[in-house]
Design a protein around this ligand. Structure first.
Ligand code: CP
Length: 321
């Protein structure tokens, strides 16, 4: 997979052939058909740099790096010279010149990595940036969906909840239609994006029960309160009502609607808000399968980027003298 990009900021950085390559490699890693300890003699160094909290993404990348036999460092932004005013570019160039080959970066700022697109200081994977995208979560979700159903063509996945602030949602709406899936975004009006911003295979629905009836897969999102102030949302129109009752999904509701379909969740899940305890404890809930699948998929992404033969990285100088 020589043409694999050195910056994975958006799902649109990958074409379908590259994504199919990742699915195939992740399957081999999962079933141990592919040698995972690839770098015994010349071990690459891979850093995570998470400027925002994470449980799943950061640790699954850390485990994936170590399963591949690479060296792992956790770059602590809080105690770094970023706090002394050093720019992000200088920080990445410093890591590159220390021999770090790849950095997995998370930030609360949307689109921050775009500035490096034409002059990459280091190979970078976006581990989630503000409300923009979370491409590796979407890829592991696709990998999980293919495990749940071999043929996704024509199937409908409904994303319920705070769609407008969901970076994984913004990646999924571009990824899943490449494999013939239809997507419904469902939630209170305040959480739905304008229709004109969406790809053609994505529709909006504010009626939860109507969306449930059309769903082959359910994808739940938590309310992302930490992103609301930046979007100018000070007050939610459903304050004072029971969100679970009106907009969330419970096991009892799925039984009543006779919709016992797989339920995915990128995590973290807020039990009692977007779903109930009975649902997360039921066999319909696939959140832990997504967590398991995150490791082989992230191994596949890291390996594909490391071996892409891109020599045009870390060019810190502009004009030559
Ligand atoms: N899915 C996800 O990004 O989870 P974390 O915030 O725990 O990494």
């Amino acid at each position: 997979m020589n043409s694999f990009p050195s910056l994975l900021e958006s799902i649109t950085d990958l074409n379908k052939i590259q994504i199919e390559g990742l699915l195939s490699l992740a399957t081999k890693f999962k079933h141990r058909e592919s040698e995972s300890n690839l770098f015994t003699y010349r071990r690459p160094i891979i850093a995570t740099s998470f400027l925002e909290n994470s449980t799943r993404t950061k640790h699954s990348f850390a485990i994936a790096v170590q399963k591949l036999g690479a060296m792992y460092i956790d770059f602590n932004a809080e105690t770094s010279s970023l706090k002394k005013g050093e720019s992000l570019e200088e920080t990445f160039l410093t890591l590159f010149n220390q021999g770090v080959n790849l950095c997995i970066f998370r930030s609360s700022v949307s689109g921050q990595l775009g500035q490096f697109r034409n002059n990459l200081p280091i190979k970078i994977i976006n581990g989630g940036d503000g409300v923009n995208e979370h491409p590796t979560q979407a890829l592991l979700d696709l990998f999980t969906l293919f495990e749940l159903s071999e043929d996704l063509n024509g199937k409908t996945l409904t994303i319920f909840g705070d769609n407008i602030h969901s970076r994984v949602g913004h990646s999924l709406i571009h990824l899943l239609p490449m494999f013939g899936m239809k997507i419904i975004l469902c939630g209170p009006e305040a959480f739905l994006p304008p229709k004109e911003t969406l790809p053609l295979s994505v529709t909006l629905c504010s009626d939860r029960d109507e969306a449930l009836l059309k769903s082959d897969f359910i994808y739940l999102l938590r309310i992302q309160k930490e992103r609301h102030l930046d979007s100018g949302i000070n007050h939610l129109p459903f304050d004072g009502i029971d969100y679970l009752e009106c907009h969330g999904v419970s096991l009892e509701l799925l039984k009543k609607m006779q919709k016992l379909v797989p339920v995915l969740h990128p995590g973290p899940a807020n039990i009692g808000v977007e779903l109930d305890l009975a649902l997360i404890k039921s066999s319909l809930y696939q959140g832990y399968l997504q967590v398991q699948n995150s490791i082989p998929m992230r191994m596949a992404i890291i390996q594909s980027m490391l071996v892409n033969n891109d020599k045009n990285i870390g060019n810190s100088h502009g004009e030559k003298f």
